[in-house]
Design a protein around this ligand. Structure first.
Ligand code: ADP
Ligand code: MG
Length: 705
């Protein structure tokens, strides 16, 4: 055993373990492993069945007359020579020969130039890979390999499962396995379980200590599964517990203003709206109003596809606050969207005595100062803004509702930071988060687990279908000819490009592309440009002209992604569509088909990566936002938890969604009943400590304690 503190194996630095050279310690560091505890948490990514090692002669006989075989074989032999074969750019080949009393074997390693650095003649090795025969010689291509040391006691029995660890150039999986094997027993004995025995029994799960032991050293596949399942459960359970702690804090410790809601208010609002609410809008308004009529702070997500009419729902919530003599705020991710909301709201409220203001970073210092004073004195009822609203000096006289539009762009934490002047530290506003990118069902229980969800599941009447087509770049001309023909009929269109400036990669920049179109395919059309490098003052005259129909075609970067609402615009052309994310394409496309005329979306691209091909196929195939969101999750993979990246929550190590959805549900049930019984987790200080270590910061549990 290594010379380490006997009581504190888990805290031992791996660099103090025997056989860990500074280089290897460095390589382990790159894998995030500094202590033995980190090493134990480094779980196998898969397991290989070990068939026992053989000699070259035996391997030759096993291959027999075949040219190659697919099963893996393990050969123990000695390297006699090694030389670089060839190298072309990132591609390379290392050739080695192994020879012993029983025969000769050729080995090739493709694109693994580092092999040459660590392998040398006379080295006794174990090679693991597939066998082939080339020109009569026995071969192995790209085998995994490890040096066989004198003290090698990792002799596996036939049929044993051999763990394969995530590794890197500096340290091989086999070496990690050897390190773990040495420290495993003592380390797992030191692992304390944060789950009490009764819960473990209920779950039919092993102790944490046993789980790690099984995951690293299973005797069969079932044992490995049992071990990993417990560890995955813990990851999901801690997150659920964190979410539940927050939920409990919000519901049982904090309070929000109880607002008035009745038919009189409803009818007064209805008189101002130039249309009738859809049933879906009516339903979600009642759900929201139901929450806001109580003093339990609302934490609700309003999801509805692009164009489903969320703004008017938000307006109802805001007017509920105003009626009860409180204020309301609405936050948008971009200035353009904030301006759009401000315009919509002031138009609808024209002639009423509700005062409305716009707060963005474009305000001059003196205008800003005045507005902040008005907000704190309560002489402004509704404040629409960007994240400029979240600065410390913005304090409301009495804010009752904070609405965030397009939440997936904000970190989870950025919500609910709007404050009141009141010195009641337990008072917070109700919060409503609106999103057009629905959260897939599989994720609605993760970091979003504390949100109640309202869904607008139908579109306002008079919506027109959108046809989406993928067009090769060489056929782009025909698209613009079509755009021109629509303009001649009095319709308008958008052309979206990825970046502002022309770059070497040939991406079409807004300004250049507009000029190019103006002089070519769109000659005679009135073309305008807006992009993200313009501030709102520079942008507004162009947007205004487009809304009024004085501009036919608006060339833009993704600044128009959300909020722009021009019913006469019927075509959306997206250049380099392969550069955009799926949700983004869906949002962009939602700019058309908003009026009586059918919409067309032309995606110009010749996708080269598998992901891009899948994204474009998905967007062509469906206009259903829910399906697109699920598809997006599928393509991007489980690593990128929706919204989690922005919030700083680390991806799970073992748990995988949507695969582990059932385990997640189980974790939620256990977490819920725990918090109901013991809301401040006094029963298990260890669990509490681990929870705060894992999520204290990202979930903002600090304010709760
Ligand atoms: P989104 O959900 O994408 O934010 P908006 O709130 O911008 O959608 O609404 C899109 C358009 O639909 C707006 O022009 C709005 O006035 C209109 N609209 C909303 N609700 C209705 C309705 N019930 N009937 C007709 N038009 C509606
Ligand atoms: Mg909207």
């Amino acid at each position: 055993m290594p010379e380490t503190n006997e009581k504190n194996m888990l805290r031992t630095l791996v660099s103090n373990l025997p056989g860990v050279t500074p280089d290897r310690a460095h390589a382990l560091g790159d894998l995030g492993i500094c202590t033995v505890a980190d090493l134990i948490k480094h779980l196998p990514s898969r397991y290989e069945t070990h068939h026992g090692s053989m000699t070259i002669e035996n391997a030759d006989a096993l291959l027999g007359e075949r040219e190659r075989m697919n099963e893996l074989a393990t050969i123990e032999t000695t390297i006699v020579s090694i030389k670089p074969g060839w190298r072309r750019g990132r591609k390379s080949r290392i050739e080695a020969t192994a020879e012993d009393d029983t025969g000769r074997l050729e080995i090739n390693w493709f694109n693994q130039p580092w092999v040459a650095k660590s392998l040398h003649p006379d080295m006794h090795v174990r090679l693991h890979g597939t066998l082939a025969r080339h020109n009569g010689t026995l071969q192995m291509n790209n085998p995994r390999w490890e040096e066989i040391k004198e003290d090698d006691n990792l002799e596996l029995l036939e049929g044993d499962l051999k763990p394969v660890y995530p590794a890197n150039e500096g340290i091989a999986s086999a070496h990690i396995a050897r390190l773990i094997e040495r420290v495993l027993e003592q380390s797992v004995n030191e692992i304390e379980d944060h789950l009490p025995e009764n819960i473990r029994t209920e779950l039919v799960m092993p102790t944490l200590s046993r789980a790690y032991s099984l995951a690293h050293h299973p005797t069969d596949a079932e044992e490995a599964k049992v071990g990993k399942r417990r560890i995955a459960f813990d990851e999901l359970f801690l997150l659920q517990l964190g979410v539940m702690v927050k939920r409990h804090h919000r519901r049982d410790v904090m309070h929000a203003p109880k607002l008035r809601w009745d038919n009189e208010i409803k009818e007064r609002i209805a008189k101002r709206i130039p249309f009738t609410l859809t049933n879906a809008q009516d339903r979600v308004i009642e759900e929201i109003a139901g929450d806001m009529a109580t003093s339990t702070p609302m934490n609700r997500l309003l999801q509805g596809d692009v164009g489903s009419g969320k703004t008017i729902v938000a307006l109802h919530a805001m007017l509920m606050a105003i009626t009860s003599n409180a204020q309301a705020a609405m936050m948008a991710p971009t200035e353009l969207l904030a301006e759009q909301h401000f315009l919509t709201i002031t138009n609808l409220l024209a002639g009423s005595n509700v005062t409305c203001a716009l707060l963005t970073s474009s305000l001059t210092a003196s205008d800003r100062k005045k507005l902040i004073k008005d907000i704190s004195e309560g002489s402004v009822d509704i404040v629409v803004g960007t994240h400029a609203l979240l600065t410390d000096d913005v304090v409301f006289k009495s804010i009752a509702i904070a609405i965030t539009d397009e939440q997936h762009r904000f970190g989870v934490q950025q919500r609910a930071l709007l404050r009141n002047k009141s010195d009641d530290e337990f008072a917070i506003p109700h919060t409503l988060v609106m999103t057009a990118t629905p959260i897939p069902r599989t994720l609605s229980l993760t970091i979003f687990g504390d949100l109640d969800v309202s869904t607008i599941n139908s579109m306002p009447p008079g919506r027109s279908p959108i046809t989406t087509k993928l067009v090769q770049p060489e056929d782009a001309d025909s698209v613009y000819t079509y755009v021109k023909s629509l303009v001649e009929k009095g319709q308008q269109g958008y052309v979206v490009v990825p970046l502002v400036e022309e770059t070497e990669s040939g991406l079409k920049a807004a300004i250049e592309h507009a000029e190019f179109l103006q002089q070519g395919a769109l000659q005679g059309c009135r073309v305008g440009v807006v992009h993200g490098r313009m501030n709102s003052e520079e942008r507004e005259p162009t947007m205004q002209a487009f809304r009024k129909g004085d501009i036919d075609v608006l060339v833009a970067t993704t600044v128009i992604e959300v909020g722009v609402d021009v019913q006469n615009a019927t075509i959306m052309v997206i250049e380099h569509a392969d550069r955009f994310g799926l949700a983004q394409l869906h949002q962009l496309r939602g700019r058309v088909g908003r009026g009586q005329l059918p919409g067309v979306c032309a995606l110009i691209a010749s996708p080269t990566t598998e992901d891009a091909i899948q994204r474009l196929e998905a967007i062509v195939e469906t206009t259903d936002g829910f399906r697109i969101a699920e598809k997006d999750l599928e393509i991007r993979g489980p690593g990128e938890l929706f919204g989690a990246k922005q919030s700083g929550i680390a991806p799970f190590k073992v748990a995988r969604l949507p695969r582990d959805f059932e385990l997640l549900r189980l974790a939620r049930v256990i977490a819920t009943s725990w918090i109901n019984r013991d809301p401040s987790i006094e029963e298990s200080p260890l669990l509490k400590a681990r929870l705060y270590k894992a999520y204290g910061k990202t979930l903002g549990l600090g304010d709760v304690a």
